[in-house]
Design a protein. Structure first.
Length: 219
């Protein structure tokens, strides 16, 4: 009887151990294989570390570009002779994060977000046109060229969209209107400042792109 009881206890312990191991294995697999959309949804359901653009952002005017707060949004306004300009948060560096903002194109063909702009001038640019063509580039402002990382169409074209990037180490995932559209693995830059850009490819005399509802979650 004692033998039977002991054997039964050992069997129960073995079964419990196996159950725990199965659960832990499933949890590990779920963590490792969690989709970018799953991670994005769960992180953005929490309170962001930064909510909306602050006074730390660069403002002011030059002959070719204005970076200004007006009408409850941060605007990039660029003169007709320029096709691409950006305005940056010069104070804060970010490494792993989700960076999300609502973009409205008033004049021009599109705009986007700049991130991981390091002290050597390396950075990424994630842009979206009015026809919903998106692109992700690795660039160097010292004139060493631009490396295309991703292209595609996000959805039906419109002038107001929610853009987001999720950067974790070398993994960069892109989102439009909170929907995952693609990801890349790249080591061009690992940390740096963030900013906004406005683009004019054809047909418009000037650029005016407004950014609002800006949020950052640190990962």
């Amino acid at each position: 009887m004692l033998y039977t009881k002991t054997a039964h206890t050992v069997a129960l312990q073995a079964q419990a151990t196996q159950t725990v191991q199965t659960v832990l294995t499933a949890q590990v697999k779920a963590t490792v294989t969690a989709s970018p959309q799953y991670i994005f949804d769960h992180v953005t359901a929490t309170t962001p570390a930064i909510n909306n653009v602050s006074n730390e952002w660069n403002t002011g005017s030059r002959p070719d570009v204005d970076c200004i707060f007006t009408g409850g949004a941060y605007h990039i306004r660029v003169a007709p002779e320029k096709n691409w300009m950006f305005c940056m948060d010069a104070q804060n560096n970010y490494t792993d994060f989700i960076f999300q903002v609502q973009m409205s194109v008033i004049h021009g063909n599109g705009g986007g977000i700049i991130f991981r702009d390091d002290t050597a001038g390396n950075f990424y640019s994630f842009t979206l046109t009015n026809s919903s063509q998106y692109s992700l580039f690795a660039l160097n402002e010292s004139g060493k060229g631009a490396k295309p990382l991703a292209f595609g169409r996000a959805s039906a074209g419109k002038t107001t969209s929610m853009l987001a990037v999720m950067a974790q180490g070398s993994k960069i995932a892109m989102f439009v209107d909170k929907h995952y559209i693609g990801s890349v693995d790249d080591t061009h830059s690992s940390t740096g400042t963030i900013g906004f850009t406005g683009n004019r490819f054809y047909g418009e005399d000037s650029i005016d792109v407004a950014f609002s509802n800006f949020q950052i979650w640190k990962l």
